[in-house]
Design a protein around this ligand. Structure first.
Ligand code: ADP
Ligand code: MG
Ligand code: MG
Length: 213
């Protein structure tokens, strides 16, 4: 595929919601170790709400930016946990990056992806190394942008981004949390994967498989 429309983004939200639902228990377990055990529930509530809200839109008349803003609103309304505003901001920034476009070229998808990662970083004010979802999103976005800039196609660029997200999430094991709920544990957060980084791998994997599978 070389261009993506609202119908494709609906499929993307279907894929993300399915991936989160399938691993909901594992995400709650990860959050149970260094947080409050609700991350899988929060992400499932958010992405199920986003999937349902965008499914109700008319793909023939609604543009991608409007779909992403709809997803942002429904995600925020559905989630009480800190992942709520983080992903809502991601989708709002993704919307701003593709505003006014009826269809998205590969470069627009990369720009949307990069804007989502930046939105999470801006909203949470976390830098890489603080043991958060930023440790998966930022290297993924950087890898996608670099790969696309070097002439790789969308499938390859998102594949490289996914691998970077996996490595980034794995690396959170060796980090001490300094942002979010798990920062209260200090050094006791060492040795465990951050749940938000683990769910980011699922989200990024579903974006990849739905848009570039
Ligand atoms: P809560 O901690 O409110 O229960 P969740 O369990 O849904 O929220 O999400 C926890 C995840 O949110 C963490 O694993 C981490 O990845 C992410 N997170 C928390 N605070 C921040 C932040 N300031 N910036 C980026 N990500 C954060
Ligand atoms: Mg939690
Ligand atoms: Mg909570």
């Amino acid at each position: 595929m070389t261009s993506f429309g609202t119908a494709d983004l609906k499929k993307m939200f279907d894929a993300i919601a399915a991936a989160i639902e399938a691993d909901k228990d594992r995400l709650c377990q990860l959050d149970g170790v260094i947080g409050d055990a609700d991350h899988g529930i929060a992400m499932a509530l958010g992405f199920n709400a986003a999937r349902d809200a965008v499914a109700a839109l008319d793909a023939a008349t609604v543009e991608p930016a409007t779909l992403l803003n709809t997803a942002a609103k429904s995600f925020l309304n559905a989630v009480g946990a800190s992942s709520g505003p983080l992903y809502a901001t991601a989708f709002m920034r993704g919307a701003a990056a593709v505003k006014g476009k009826a269809t998205l070229a590969a470069s627009d998808v990369i720009a949307m992806f990069q804007a989502m990662a930046q939105g999470i970083k801006d909203r949470g004010k976390a830098e890489p190394g603080e043991k958060t979802m930023v440790d998966a999103w930022q290297p993924a976005a950087e890898a996608a942008t670099a790969a696309h800039g070097a002439g790789k196609d969308l499938a390859e660029s998102l594949g490289i981004a996914f691998a970077a997200a996996e490595r980034g999430a794995e690396a959170t094991k060796d980090m001490i949390a300094t942002k979010g709920r798990s920062s209260r544990l200090g050094e006791r957060s060492l040795g465990y994967i951050d749940p938000g980084a683990a769910s980011a791998v699922l989200v990024i994997g579903a974006i990849r498989s739905s848009l570039a599978g």
